[in-house]
Design a protein around this ligand. Structure first.
Ligand SMILES: *[C@@H]1O[C@H](CO)[C@@H](O)[C@H](O)[C@H]1NC(C)=O
Length: 466
């Protein structure tokens, strides 16, 4: 290992980036000779922006991945990692072993929700010292190696839709649609092919193979609206306190809900359930149709184009999460929004970020609709004689895998929400309705409890007040 782990401390972020991007290891002289020979022959390699999928058929003979990977600056951070881990650099130096390297670009590396050597399970079992001491360094090295191995396919060529296992053992494939190539099931786009050499290729990704969601033990499964038509049914339930609010759920399969709100300026559908049938269309039309659909985050993208087309209304989603929109908007109904946006008179979409960069909260008439931007927790539903320090909300990057948000992201949610008044919140799942006069105070208090309990005694959010 190279210097990365000398600085395994709170400042390690900086150390890692520096160590990885400095490219301090000189290429050996043979590589240099090959490189100059190659440029004399007029086979430029390092202009990723000018190369898009599909790749050219040109293969440089004699040059191998380890010779070229460090030369593409946009993937400098990742390529630094491949050189720093001996087992990986050995693999890429071996002319007899082909590989397709899926290199997240520098932006993707900087935007990772956690550092590539961190594993939330380590923090869970070992606490904040998980990466200190010799054992900690070993643990970090192992995680880092897994991260890099998740991005290396041990073969090349690799055919479209061919399922392969990465060096880390994860099954992936890729598909090209509308000129975009995406690594699946993560849905990460391949922006260019940086290199095509004798033992494989280096692809540049605009994201990392995001482990936020889970694939069930039984494996990934797919369905369609027509396959579900005879099996599913939607239900409509009016809020017990506010008759202008309707919850729509699907049974028996789905757990999440969408919410129809009847405002004087027209009906808004907040979030979406995948299943839509004639009964649903009739119900929504009987309430006056839809003026707009607003979707909190990618979990609910699913059949948004079918819904919007059916009701002839725009569907608002965050520009910041555009990369997760993987279907073509044939009817031109999508509106990508940024910051705080008035959807109709009195209804505001607030980009609070956190769970996703574009995560929204919808505000209307002292109500907030929160989806996964904040998550109601069991203590939040009980309002009498609560002990001081009782929490009402949780704030996570991944709810299924229970990976929390860092304090600055939680603070960002507060800053976005602070200008608004509210006394009721509605989550993305049935029953997640909370009403209290001091609800805004409860939100801030929950944020402080969350951050403090995780050990961030100096987080800025702790200085906030109503
Ligand atoms: C390795 O890659 C090269 C270049 O693409 C190709 O010609 C060769 O057939 C590959 N070898 C194997 C074993 O796949």
């Amino acid at each position: 290992m190279k210097p990365v782990f000398i600085c395994m401390s709170p400042a390690a972020t900086v150390c890692l980036v520096l160590a990885a991007s400095s490219q301090s290891r000189p290429f050996d002289s043979l590589s240099n000779i090959l490189f100059s020979a190659q440029s004399r022959l007029g086979h430029p390699h390092h202009n990723p922006s000018s190369q898009t999928m599909p790749p050219s058929e040109e293969v440089s003979t004699g040059i191998i991945i380890s010779d070229v990977i460090g030369k593409t600056q946009t993937i400098g951070i990742f390529s630094g990692l491949t050189r720093d881990i001996d087992a990986i650099s050995g693999r890429l130096e071996d002319a007899a072993q082909n590989a397709t390297v899926l290199a997240p670009d520098n932006n993707a590396m900087k935007n990772l929700a956690r550092k590539p050597w961190e594993d939330p399970k380590d923090y869970e079992t070992l606490g904040t010292n998980a990466y200190q001491g010799e054992d900690g360094q070993e643990r970090a090295q192992k995680n880092l190696r897994t991260f890099v191995e998740t991005h290396i396919v041990p073969q090349s060529p690799w055919k479209e839709r061919e399922k392969v296992k990465t060096l880390a053992g994860k099954e992936i494939w890729y598909e090209t649609e509308d000129g975009k190539t995406k690594i699946q099931p993560a849905g990460v786009e391949v922006v260019s092919i940086a290199d095509k050499v004798s033992n494989g290729e280096v692809w540049v990704l605009d994201g990392s193979l995001d482990p936020r969601q889970y694939v069930p033990a039984s494996g990934q499964a797919w369905t369609s609206l027509s396959l579900e038509a005879s099996k599913q049914e939607n239900h409509f339930e009016q809020d017990a306190t506010d008759p202008r609010i309707w919850f729509i759920t699907t049974s028996p399969k789905a757990r999440e809900r969408c919410i129809l709100i009847q405002t004087p300026a027209g009906n808004i559908l907040w979030d979406l359930i995948s299943f839509i049938d004639q009964g649903t269309i009739d119900f929504v039309k009987s309430k006056g149709g839809l003026k707009a659909i607003v979707i909190s985050h990618p979990h609910f993208y699913t059949t948004h184009l079918e819904w919007a087309h059916t009701f002839g209304c725009p569907v608002y989603t965050s520009k910041a999460d555009e990369e997760w929109l993987n279907r073509k908007d044939a009817y031109g109904l999508r509106e990508l929004i940024d910051g705080t946006t008035e959807i109709v008179d009195g209804v505001t979409a607030i980009q609070a970020g956190g769970h996703f960069d574009g995560s929204l909260i919808l505000h209307w008439d002292k109500n907030i609709f929160i989806a996964d931007t904040m998550m109601s927790v069991p203590s939040g539903f009980y309002h009498k004689d609560r002990l001081p320090g009782t929490t009402s909300y949780s704030f996570m990057w991944s709810y299924p895998n229970m990976i929390p948000l860092p304090p600055p992201k939680i603070h960002g949610i507060w800053k976005a929400l602070k200008p608004f008044d509210f006394e009721a919140s509605f989550g993305g799942f049935p029953g997640q309705n909370v009403r209290r006069e001091d609800l805004k105070q409860q939100v801030l208090e929950s944020m402080k409890i969350f951050v403090k309990t995780a050990g961030h005694a100096n987080a800025d959010i702790l200085l906030e007040s109503l």
